[in-house]
Design a binder for this molecule. Sequence first.
Ligand code: AMP
Length: 313
Amino acid sequence: MDFTSLNLCQPLLDALDEIGYVTPTPIQAQAIPDLIEGRDMLGCAQTGTGKTAAFALPILDAMAENPRAGSRRIRALMLCPTRELASQIHDNIEQYARHLDIRSMVMFGGVSQRPQVNNLRRGVDILVATPGRLLDLISQGYVDLSHVQFLVLDEADRMLDMGFIRDIRKILTQIPKKRQSLLFSATIPHSIVELSRGMLYDPVRVSITPESTTVEAIEQSLMFVMKGDKRGLLTYIIEEERPEKVLVFSRTKHGCNRIVKQLGQDGIEALAIHGNKSQGAREKALRRFRRGTLQVLVATHQPRHQSGSTQRA
Ligand code: AMP
């Protein structure tokens, strides 16, 4: 199967061709035909499966088929939990829409609102936003969602984990009831089912679970140790095996900090990344890890991964 069999308009096919997408990923092959038909969707898929294109392409296609009459108004709203994800979705949309007269913008908190307000004033067709800043700008009267026809909630479980449910419910009151709604989530706990009941109409369900969650190149071993021996074992493995890069997972932020401290006492430099660390500190640690100037990175599990299969170091 290739993208031409998915009934997407030519400007989108040209863009995909230029970007180098040849074959739709499984979630794209499953989701795009139903979304083009206008169905609501509950999608269970993780980042890395190609889900952004799965929801963005049919929406862009529908918007291209029904060009705006008059000035630009927000016709598609995509909500997601973090600024990184919002920027990523926005970047993808800009790529896919490169031959279309469709303007997308990204909005998130933690930065000055003025450029975002100016951007809104220039007119936007697709808004990709994190819930907090969006609600803030709605309450200041800068955002009009009364023409939204397409709504996407991406990484919905993470948004709920981060406490965005109230913001989301308030935002939903600003959007017309007659719309196409899509909800994507890596896991479908009861809270997501509840949210989807109030938000989706007769949704198609698609589910993509990665075939293999482990990378073939990783050799795995399991060691049974007493709790009190874990620290010594970790130091021993790092000193004996001398691995270039070590990623250690801990269940809690406190546990992460403790491991970093203990490794430090054993003469091994490590840094922690978790939710209590500033964005700057997290990025710096990741950068050093990537460059190879930091051997050990200690991280918490994402809450959404805890219900699935996890590997503990
Ligand atoms: P996502 O799950 O949406 O974050 O996508 C994961 C990565 O796969 C991104 O870098 C996309 O650009 C890329 N991607 C998505 N769909 C395709 C495709 N059909 N062919 C090749 N790459 C793709």
